[in-house]
Design a protein around this ligand. Sequence first.
Ligand code: ADP
Length: 314
Amino acid sequence: MDEKDVQAAVRAVAGERATLRIEGSRIGVVIDASGLDAPRRDALEAAVRMAAGRPGYELRIVVTAERVARRIVAVASGKGGVGKSTVSANLAIALAQGGRRVGLVDADIYGPSQPRLMAVEGTRPEARDKVLLPVVTPYGVPLLSMGQLVEPGRAIAWRGPMTAGALGQLIDADWGATDTLVVDLPPGTGDVQLTMVQKHRPTGAIIVSTPQDLALIDARRAIDLFRKAGVPIIGLIENMAGYACPHCGEVSDPFGRGGAEAAAQEEGIPFLGRVPLDITIRTASDAGQPPAALADDRVFAPVAAQVAEWLAAR
Ligand code: ADP
């Protein structure tokens, strides 16, 4: 058998990604699949197998890949209904529009709403070798949601170990070249949050609060959870801040302004911006058309730019 011939055949299909070694009757190929998603990795391995196999020789292929250094941004809130899911979805889209490869994980076991917000309600993720494949959304952000793991409409009444297992399935899914995962956590400080900080080590956390919520103990508890676990807080986003007039768009502040910013300062965390209470945010979100995807978005893009800057400095 001509070693050069095998070498050329392997190079033709795998270029610099393959390293060949022939010893006795054994042909060994190491494939570097760094940066390839699962289908391309499988296709490359199959092509190398075809190219390198020779009758009478045992072929061994090892596929290696540098682990993609994936950043996790956890989005948390002290309590429910403050717009954490809305902010997570729009932040993920705005980050993707800024050039990052972003995936969205909906870990809110109590009210998984991302499939609706991202217009993929009813789509179930497929799995390959027991690893989930994220669902493709119209907004360039792949998604996996706790809501996709159970029958639609069935209340999720899981206990600690089950939620931990489910969270692991979502985070350790086949995210391909995704470099940033935005994780929409359930409100409060329960099992999912603990698993998140202990096992999955977020790069940073974002706290979403309404102006009123911030005065409450809950938001501070959420901040505390990350602090104690050594997870840096990227900053606070004030949602439902001020009221955007549906007629003229002008934002007024019936409850005064600046409270959240002051509270963030008091807590020593950066203030990332305000999202006004705006009826069009609700109607667009309910219709599966996140406002961050619109060309005229002036609200989420600046927040995402700050988050991107923070991530780039890590
Ligand atoms: P959470 O995830 O904190 O429970 P959601 O994101 O589900 O909150 O938001 C709760 C409700 O408030 C949804 O109906 C959503 O459309 C609406 N909402 C969220 N943020 C805004 C906003 N800035 N302006 C108007 N409605 C909003």
